[in-house]
Design a protein around this ligand. Structure first.
Ligand code: FE2
Length: 327
């Protein structure tokens, strides 16, 4: 496990620049801690460029001591990486872009997933900020989907490149949360699936910034197109095994004031639900992504509904890019 050194004091206020910025790897396949940066909307362009470069290289980057951030400055920092986008179905915590990820809110992300892949242009980056952390447990694990792809034997890489998969936000929540209260689950499900999305993605996506090939799977996948349910499940399990392999992951133990930013196009993550009834509250701002493209040049396609509906606030995920709708 990545052990986070104690950092009670936030970084001092003042202009941050690459001069004081350090990047230290915390995992062999992904993950790095960035020090010497006080996150906010006023970072120097060269600092933003350094953070973005580290993010693309290490897939998930961690910052300590960012207690000064509030909803506004969290969002302002997000704007330095792209256009913040609202979740397509779940209302935000502040009426703007900050999504509540709270242990007492019903939704727990204890499945391997990439954020919001049930829409075509799912977020490029997610920025998660810890407000309240449990005394134990509640870690998040990330996996590198580029190294998962490259670790596949050549015949399996070729097979994956030829496949497309259907992703949806409408799946069996109860099967994944057997210990949750039925009414809590029902409420979460009602909100989360208020619009039922279906999107067809390539199983191997070409990353739009790095050019890397990545596996595009996770728990929103319902089936591989053109296969029976049984074949589909067998193949998904096979590919997902390369994603979830312990050597392909990094695990983070949260402290108050920590911020994690991940390249949502090159990772999956898993919120470990092992802190009993202790409170865990985080806020997430996501930044708009592109419509994925497969190795064969074919783009992802929104199957349902006809278009991504407008959320109550701001632009829907994928709004800054032209998501091709199914005919
Ligand atoms: Fe997530």
């Amino acid at each position: 496990m990545t052990s986070a050194p104690p950092t009670d004091a936030p970084f001092p206020a003042g202009p941050a620049g690459p001069a004081g910025l350090t990047v230290q790897k915390v995992g062999g396949r992904l993950g790095a801690v960035i020090s010497g940066v006080r996150l906010g909307g006023d970072l120097a362009p060269e600092t933003v460029a350094a953070v973005r470069a580290a993010l693309l290289t290490h897939k998930v980057v961690f910052f300590h001591g960012q207690q000064h951030l509030d909803e506004e400055s969290h969002e302002a920092f997000g704007r330095l990486l792209g256009s913040p986008v609202a979740h397509p179905t779940v209302p935000s915590g502040d009426g703007r872009y900050a999504l509540r990820i709270d242990s007492d809110y019903g939704g727990r992300a204890n499945q391997w997933h990439t954020d919001v892949t049930f829409v075509p242009a799912y977020p490029a980056f997610s920025i998660l900020r810890a407000l309240v952390v449990p005394p134990y447990g509640g870690n998040t694990i990330w996996a590198n989907t580029a190294t998962a792809y490259s670790a596949l034997p050549a015949p399996l890489r070729t097979l994956a490149e030829s496949l497309r998969a259907e992703h949806s936000n409408d799946y069996d929540y109860a099967a994944l949360r057997p210990d949750a209260l039925p009414e809590q689950l029902e409420h979460y499900r009602e909100v989360f699936t208020s619009t039922k999305f279906r999107t067809e993605h390539p199983v191997v996506r070409v990353h739009p910034e790095t050019g890397e090939r990545v596996l595009l799977l996770g728990n929103f996948v319902q089936r591989i197109v053109g296969l029976t349910g049984r074949d589909s499940r067998a193949l998904l399990e096979l590919f997902q095994r390369y994603v979830e392999s312990p050597e392909n992951t990094v695990r983070w133990q949260w402290q108050v004031g920590d911020v994690a930013i991940w390249d949502n196009r090159a990772t999956q993550h898993y919120g470990v639900d092992d802190s009993d009834d202790h409170a865990r509250r985080l806020r997430r701002v996501t930044v708009d992504g592109d419509v994925p493209v497969g190795v064969d040049g074919r783009a992802s396609v929104l199957l349902a509904p006809k278009a991504v509906p407008e959320p109550p606030f701001g632009a829907p995920s994928g709004a800054s890019t032209a998501a091709p709708a199914a005919a």
